[in-house]
Design a protein around this ligand. Structure first.
Ligand code: KG4
Ligand code: ZN
Length: 332
Protein backbone atom coordinates (compact mmCIF):
# COMPACT_ATOMS: atom_id res chain seq x y z
CA UNK A 1 0.00 0.00 0.00
CA UNK A 2 1.64 3.22 -1.21
CA UNK A 3 0.17 6.58 -0.19
CA UNK A 4 1.16 10.11 -1.20
CA UNK A 5 0.53 12.70 1.55
CA UNK A 6 0.22 16.45 1.03
CA UNK A 7 0.40 19.11 3.75
CA UNK A 8 -0.33 22.81 3.12
CA UNK A 9 -2.21 23.97 6.24
CA UNK A 10 0.14 26.83 7.15
CA UNK A 11 3.53 27.90 5.81
CA UNK A 12 5.14 24.58 4.94
CA UNK A 13 4.51 23.07 1.51
CA UNK A 14 5.21 19.39 2.01
CA UNK A 15 4.66 16.04 0.33
CA UNK A 16 5.71 12.53 1.26
CA UNK A 17 5.36 8.93 0.20
CA UNK A 18 4.56 6.20 2.72
CA UNK A 19 4.88 2.61 1.57
CA UNK A 20 3.64 -0.17 3.86
CA UNK A 21 3.75 2.11 6.90
CA UNK A 22 7.26 3.44 6.30
CA UNK A 23 8.14 6.94 5.08
CA UNK A 24 10.10 6.67 1.82
CA UNK A 25 10.39 10.42 1.22
CA UNK A 26 9.42 13.59 3.05
CA UNK A 27 10.01 16.84 1.16
CA UNK A 28 9.40 20.04 3.13
CA UNK A 29 9.62 23.51 1.62
CA UNK A 30 9.41 26.22 4.29
CA UNK A 31 8.20 29.61 3.09
CA UNK A 32 10.65 32.32 4.07
CA UNK A 33 8.49 35.05 2.50
CA UNK A 34 6.77 35.57 5.89
CA UNK A 35 9.89 36.38 7.88
CA UNK A 36 9.95 40.08 7.18
CA UNK A 37 6.33 40.39 8.38
CA UNK A 38 7.02 38.69 11.73
CA UNK A 39 4.32 36.06 11.15
CA UNK A 40 2.48 34.10 8.48
CA UNK A 41 0.58 36.24 5.94
CA UNK A 42 -2.29 33.98 4.80
CA UNK A 43 -2.58 35.26 1.22
CA UNK A 44 1.16 34.99 0.66
CA UNK A 45 1.09 31.46 2.07
CA UNK A 46 -1.61 30.38 -0.41
CA UNK A 47 0.29 31.85 -3.34
CA UNK A 48 3.55 30.23 -2.28
CA UNK A 49 1.82 26.85 -1.91
CA UNK A 50 0.44 27.21 -5.41
CA UNK A 51 3.89 28.03 -6.76
CA UNK A 52 5.57 25.13 -4.97
CA UNK A 53 3.07 22.28 -4.84
CA UNK A 54 3.71 20.61 -8.21
CA UNK A 55 7.46 20.61 -7.71
CA UNK A 56 7.31 19.44 -4.09
CA UNK A 57 5.01 16.52 -4.98
CA UNK A 58 7.24 15.52 -7.90
CA UNK A 59 10.33 15.65 -5.67
CA UNK A 60 8.60 13.45 -3.08
CA UNK A 61 7.72 10.89 -5.77
CA UNK A 62 11.24 10.98 -7.23
CA UNK A 63 12.93 10.65 -3.85
CA UNK A 64 10.76 7.60 -3.10
CA UNK A 65 11.51 6.19 -6.56
CA UNK A 66 7.76 6.02 -7.09
CA UNK A 67 5.80 6.52 -10.31
CA UNK A 68 2.35 8.11 -10.04
CA UNK A 69 0.87 4.89 -11.39
CA UNK A 70 2.23 3.00 -8.37
CA UNK A 71 0.22 5.07 -5.88
CA UNK A 72 -2.73 3.37 -4.16
CA UNK A 73 -4.16 6.54 -2.59
CA UNK A 74 -3.59 10.28 -2.14
CA UNK A 75 -4.03 11.92 1.28
CA UNK A 76 -4.14 15.65 2.02
CA UNK A 77 -4.73 17.83 5.07
CA UNK A 78 -8.24 19.34 5.06
CA UNK A 79 -8.04 21.21 8.40
CA UNK A 80 -7.43 22.86 10.76
CA UNK A 81 -5.37 25.66 9.24
CA UNK A 82 -5.51 28.69 6.98
CA UNK A 83 -8.39 28.20 4.59
CA UNK A 84 -6.66 29.44 1.43
CA UNK A 85 -3.53 27.44 2.22
CA UNK A 86 -5.52 24.26 2.94
CA UNK A 87 -7.45 24.58 -0.33
CA UNK A 88 -4.27 24.40 -2.41
CA UNK A 89 -3.10 21.01 -1.10
CA UNK A 90 -6.60 19.62 -0.74
CA UNK A 91 -7.65 20.44 -4.30
CA UNK A 92 -4.34 19.26 -5.69
CA UNK A 93 -4.68 15.96 -3.82
CA UNK A 94 -8.29 15.41 -4.85
CA UNK A 95 -7.56 16.19 -8.50
CA UNK A 96 -4.57 13.85 -8.54
CA UNK A 97 -6.55 11.01 -6.95
CA UNK A 98 -9.42 11.56 -9.38
CA UNK A 99 -7.08 11.65 -12.36
CA UNK A 100 -5.36 8.43 -11.27
CA UNK A 101 -8.64 6.73 -10.38
CA UNK A 102 -7.50 5.95 -6.82
CA UNK A 103 -9.05 6.75 -3.40
CA UNK A 104 -8.62 10.15 -1.79
CA UNK A 105 -8.26 10.51 1.99
CA UNK A 106 -8.74 13.81 3.86
CA UNK A 107 -6.55 14.01 6.97
CA UNK A 108 -7.02 16.09 10.10
CA UNK A 109 -3.73 17.94 10.67
CA UNK A 110 -3.92 17.24 14.41
CA UNK A 111 -4.21 13.50 13.75
CA UNK A 112 -1.09 13.92 11.66
CA UNK A 113 0.79 15.36 14.65
CA UNK A 114 -0.76 12.79 16.99
CA UNK A 115 0.45 9.79 14.96
CA UNK A 116 3.78 11.34 13.89
CA UNK A 117 5.20 9.59 16.93
CA UNK A 118 4.56 6.24 15.20
CA UNK A 119 7.18 7.13 12.56
CA UNK A 120 9.88 5.73 14.77
CA UNK A 121 11.40 2.35 15.51
CA UNK A 122 9.64 2.28 18.86
CA UNK A 123 6.09 3.57 19.27
CA UNK A 124 3.72 3.96 22.22
CA UNK A 125 1.22 1.23 22.99
CA UNK A 126 -2.48 1.98 23.25
CA UNK A 127 -3.92 3.45 25.34
CA UNK A 128 -1.56 6.40 25.76
CA UNK A 129 -1.73 10.10 26.53
CA UNK A 130 -0.53 12.53 23.85
CA UNK A 131 0.56 16.10 24.38
CA UNK A 132 0.22 18.04 21.13
CA UNK A 133 1.98 21.38 21.18
CA UNK A 134 2.09 23.46 18.02
CA UNK A 135 1.76 27.02 16.82
CA UNK A 136 -2.02 26.80 16.75
CA UNK A 137 -2.86 24.14 19.37
CA UNK A 138 -1.98 22.88 22.82
CA UNK A 139 -3.91 19.80 23.84
CA UNK A 140 -3.81 16.64 25.90
CA UNK A 141 -5.46 13.65 24.28
CA UNK A 142 -6.28 10.19 25.61
CA UNK A 143 -5.66 7.88 22.67
CA UNK A 144 -7.61 4.68 23.37
CA UNK A 145 -6.86 3.07 19.99
CA UNK A 146 -6.33 4.12 16.37
CA UNK A 147 -8.69 7.07 15.73
CA UNK A 148 -10.31 6.68 19.14
CA UNK A 149 -9.46 9.96 20.89
CA UNK A 150 -10.73 11.86 23.89
CA UNK A 151 -9.51 15.44 24.29
CA UNK A 152 -8.69 15.81 28.01
CA UNK A 153 -7.74 19.48 27.94
CA UNK A 154 -6.65 22.30 25.69
CA UNK A 155 -5.54 25.90 25.79
CA UNK A 156 -8.07 28.53 26.72
CA UNK A 157 -6.10 31.29 25.00
CA UNK A 158 -2.70 31.20 23.28
CA UNK A 159 -1.15 27.96 22.06
CA UNK A 160 2.30 27.16 23.48
CA UNK A 161 4.01 27.82 20.12
CA UNK A 162 2.08 31.06 19.76
CA UNK A 163 3.40 32.20 23.17
CA UNK A 164 6.95 31.37 22.04
CA UNK A 165 6.43 33.28 18.78
CA UNK A 166 4.88 36.32 20.47
CA UNK A 167 7.62 36.56 23.11
CA UNK A 168 10.26 36.17 20.40
CA UNK A 169 8.64 39.03 18.51
CA UNK A 170 8.77 41.24 21.63
CA UNK A 171 12.46 40.41 21.91
CA UNK A 172 13.06 41.21 18.24
CA UNK A 173 14.15 37.63 17.51
CA UNK A 174 12.09 37.25 14.31
CA UNK A 175 9.72 34.54 13.14
CA UNK A 176 9.33 31.68 13.91
CA UNK A 177 10.58 32.45 17.38
CA UNK A 178 10.37 29.05 19.08
CA UNK A 179 13.68 27.66 17.79
CA UNK A 180 15.50 30.95 18.53
CA UNK A 181 14.23 31.12 22.12
CA UNK A 182 15.17 27.44 22.50
CA UNK A 183 18.74 28.10 21.33
CA UNK A 184 19.19 31.15 23.58
CA UNK A 185 17.56 29.40 26.56
CA UNK A 186 20.15 26.64 26.36
CA UNK A 187 22.78 29.20 27.42
CA UNK A 188 20.67 30.96 30.09
CA UNK A 189 19.65 30.52 33.73
CA UNK A 190 16.00 29.36 33.98
CA UNK A 191 15.79 30.69 37.55
CA UNK A 192 16.98 34.22 36.70
CA UNK A 193 13.48 35.71 36.45
CA UNK A 194 10.41 34.27 38.15
CA UNK A 195 7.61 34.35 35.56
CA UNK A 196 4.17 33.07 36.64
CA UNK A 197 2.99 29.53 35.94
CA UNK A 198 -0.69 29.32 35.20
CA UNK A 199 -2.05 25.96 36.37
CA UNK A 200 -5.72 27.12 36.50
CA UNK A 201 -7.68 24.76 38.76
CA UNK A 202 -5.17 22.23 40.20
CA UNK A 203 -7.01 19.28 38.59
CA UNK A 204 -7.71 21.06 35.30
CA UNK A 205 -6.02 19.74 32.18
CA UNK A 206 -6.66 23.00 30.32
CA UNK A 207 -3.86 25.46 29.63
CA UNK A 208 -3.51 29.24 29.61
CA UNK A 209 -0.37 30.92 28.31
CA UNK A 210 -1.50 34.50 27.86
CA UNK A 211 -0.56 35.38 31.49
CA UNK A 212 3.05 34.27 30.99
CA UNK A 213 3.22 36.26 27.76
CA UNK A 214 1.82 39.37 29.48
CA UNK A 215 4.30 38.95 32.37
CA UNK A 216 7.14 39.03 29.84
CA UNK A 217 5.61 42.14 28.24
CA UNK A 218 5.49 43.94 31.63
CA UNK A 219 9.01 42.82 32.43
CA UNK A 220 10.25 44.30 29.14
CA UNK A 221 8.26 47.50 29.69
CA UNK A 222 9.91 47.95 33.10
CA UNK A 223 13.41 46.75 32.22
CA UNK A 224 13.73 47.06 28.46
CA UNK A 225 14.92 44.35 26.08
CA UNK A 226 18.24 43.03 27.42
CA UNK A 227 21.18 44.27 25.44
CA UNK A 228 23.67 41.75 26.70
CA UNK A 229 23.41 38.28 25.19
CA UNK A 230 23.71 36.61 28.61
CA UNK A 231 20.78 38.60 30.01
CA UNK A 232 18.72 37.81 26.89
CA UNK A 233 19.56 34.13 27.34
CA UNK A 234 18.46 34.30 31.01
CA UNK A 235 15.15 35.86 30.00
CA UNK A 236 14.54 33.23 27.31
CA UNK A 237 15.47 30.42 29.69
CA UNK A 238 13.14 31.77 32.40
CA UNK A 239 10.22 32.17 29.99
CA UNK A 240 10.78 28.73 28.46
CA UNK A 241 10.99 27.14 31.90
CA UNK A 242 7.62 28.58 32.93
CA UNK A 243 5.93 27.15 29.79
CA UNK A 244 7.71 23.81 30.15
CA UNK A 245 6.79 23.47 33.86
CA UNK A 246 3.10 23.82 33.05
CA UNK A 247 3.22 21.45 30.07
CA UNK A 248 5.11 18.79 32.03
CA UNK A 249 3.00 18.94 35.17
CA UNK A 250 -0.30 18.69 33.28
CA UNK A 251 0.93 15.90 31.03
CA UNK A 252 1.97 13.80 34.03
CA UNK A 253 -1.35 14.60 35.73
CA UNK A 254 -3.23 13.46 32.61
CA UNK A 255 -1.21 10.24 32.35
CA UNK A 256 -1.64 9.29 36.01
CA UNK A 257 -5.36 10.21 35.88
CA UNK A 258 -5.89 8.04 32.81
CA UNK A 259 -3.69 5.26 34.30
CA UNK A 260 -1.63 4.87 31.13
CA UNK A 261 1.99 3.76 30.95
CA UNK A 262 2.95 5.59 27.75
CA UNK A 263 3.11 9.29 26.88
CA UNK A 264 3.81 10.95 23.56
CA UNK A 265 4.57 14.54 22.69
CA UNK A 266 4.22 15.96 19.17
CA UNK A 267 3.85 19.20 17.19
CA UNK A 268 6.33 21.99 16.49
CA UNK A 269 7.04 22.76 20.15
CA UNK A 270 7.97 19.11 20.76
CA UNK A 271 11.26 20.06 19.07
CA UNK A 272 12.01 22.21 22.14
CA UNK A 273 15.06 20.83 23.94
CA UNK A 274 13.93 22.13 27.35
CA UNK A 275 10.57 20.37 26.98
CA UNK A 276 12.12 17.12 25.72
CA UNK A 277 14.58 17.04 28.62
CA UNK A 278 12.04 17.95 31.33
CA UNK A 279 9.42 15.48 30.08
CA UNK A 280 12.06 12.77 29.85
CA UNK A 281 13.10 13.40 33.45
CA UNK A 282 9.52 13.55 34.79
CA UNK A 283 8.53 10.37 32.94
CA UNK A 284 11.60 8.60 34.32
CA UNK A 285 10.61 9.58 37.87
CA UNK A 286 7.03 8.40 37.36
CA UNK A 287 7.90 5.13 35.62
CA UNK A 288 6.24 6.27 32.40
CA UNK A 289 7.59 5.69 28.90
CA UNK A 290 8.03 8.80 26.73
CA UNK A 291 7.81 8.76 22.93
CA UNK A 292 8.80 11.74 20.79
CA UNK A 293 8.79 12.12 17.01
CA UNK A 294 12.07 12.43 15.17
CA UNK A 295 12.94 16.10 14.58
CA UNK A 296 11.86 16.05 10.91
CA UNK A 297 8.37 14.97 12.00
CA UNK A 298 7.93 17.56 14.78
CA UNK A 299 7.22 20.48 12.48
CA UNK A 300 4.51 20.39 9.81
CA UNK A 301 5.35 17.70 7.27
CA UNK A 302 3.73 15.53 4.63
CA UNK A 303 5.15 12.35 6.19
CA UNK A 304 2.68 12.42 9.07
CA UNK A 305 -0.20 13.13 6.66
CA UNK A 306 0.79 10.29 4.33
CA UNK A 307 1.10 7.99 7.36
CA UNK A 308 -2.40 8.80 8.66
CA UNK A 309 -3.69 8.41 5.09
CA UNK A 310 -2.05 4.98 5.03
CA UNK A 311 -3.58 4.07 8.44
CA UNK A 312 -7.02 5.07 7.12
CA UNK A 313 -6.64 3.11 3.90
CA UNK A 314 -5.64 0.05 5.95
CA UNK A 315 -9.06 0.42 7.58
CA UNK A 316 -10.63 0.93 4.13
CA UNK A 317 -11.52 4.54 4.95
CA UNK A 318 -11.72 7.04 2.07
CA UNK A 319 -13.17 10.55 1.72
CA UNK A 320 -15.66 11.89 -0.79
CA UNK A 321 -14.24 14.14 -3.51
CA UNK A 322 -16.53 16.96 -2.39
CA UNK A 323 -14.73 17.13 0.99
CA UNK A 324 -14.14 20.81 1.80
CA UNK A 325 -11.41 22.50 3.81
CA UNK A 326 -12.37 23.28 7.42
CA UNK A 327 -10.28 26.03 9.04
CA UNK A 328 -11.43 25.22 12.60
CA UNK A 329 -11.56 21.42 12.27
CA UNK A 330 -11.69 19.76 15.71
CA UNK A 331 -9.96 16.55 16.72
CA UNK A 332 -12.85 14.05 16.81
O1 KG4 B 1 3.46 22.09 14.31
P1 KG4 B 1 3.97 23.34 13.72
O2 KG4 B 1 5.07 23.26 12.71
O3 KG4 B 1 2.84 24.17 13.05
C1 KG4 B 1 1.54 24.23 13.55
O4 KG4 B 1 0.77 23.28 13.33
O5 KG4 B 1 1.27 25.25 14.21
O6 KG4 B 1 4.44 24.25 14.93
C2 KG4 B 1 5.02 25.50 14.73
C3 KG4 B 1 5.32 26.10 16.09
C4 KG4 B 1 5.77 27.54 16.01
O7 KG4 B 1 5.04 28.29 16.95
C5 KG4 B 1 7.24 27.47 16.39
O8 KG4 B 1 7.74 28.62 17.02
C6 KG4 B 1 7.22 26.29 17.35
O9 KG4 B 1 6.34 25.36 16.75
N1 KG4 B 1 8.55 25.69 17.52
C7 KG4 B 1 9.24 25.69 18.68
C8 KG4 B 1 10.48 25.07 18.41
N2 KG4 B 1 10.50 24.71 17.10
C9 KG4 B 1 9.30 25.10 16.57
N3 KG4 B 1 8.91 26.17 19.89
C10 KG4 B 1 9.81 26.02 20.87
N4 KG4 B 1 11.03 25.45 20.69
C11 KG4 B 1 11.40 24.95 19.49
N5 KG4 B 1 12.59 24.37 19.33
ZN1 ZN C 1 1.18 21.59 12.77
Amino acid sequence: MTVLGIETSCDETSAAVVRDGRVCSNVISSQYVHQKYGGVVPELASRAHQRLITQVVQEALDAADCQKGELDAVAATFGPGLIGALLVGLNFGKALAYGLGIPFVGVNHMEGHLYSVMLHDSAPEYPFVALIVSGGHTMLVHVEGPFRHLVLGQTRDDAAGEAFDKVAKMLGLGYPGGPRIDALAARGNPRAIQFPRSFLDPQSLDFSFSGIKTAVLYHLRDNGVPEQESALADLCASFQQSVVDVLVRKTILAATGAAVKDISVAGGVSANSGLRNALGKACGEQGLRLFMPRMEYCMDNGGMIAYVGWMKRMQDIRSPLDLTAVAGLELA
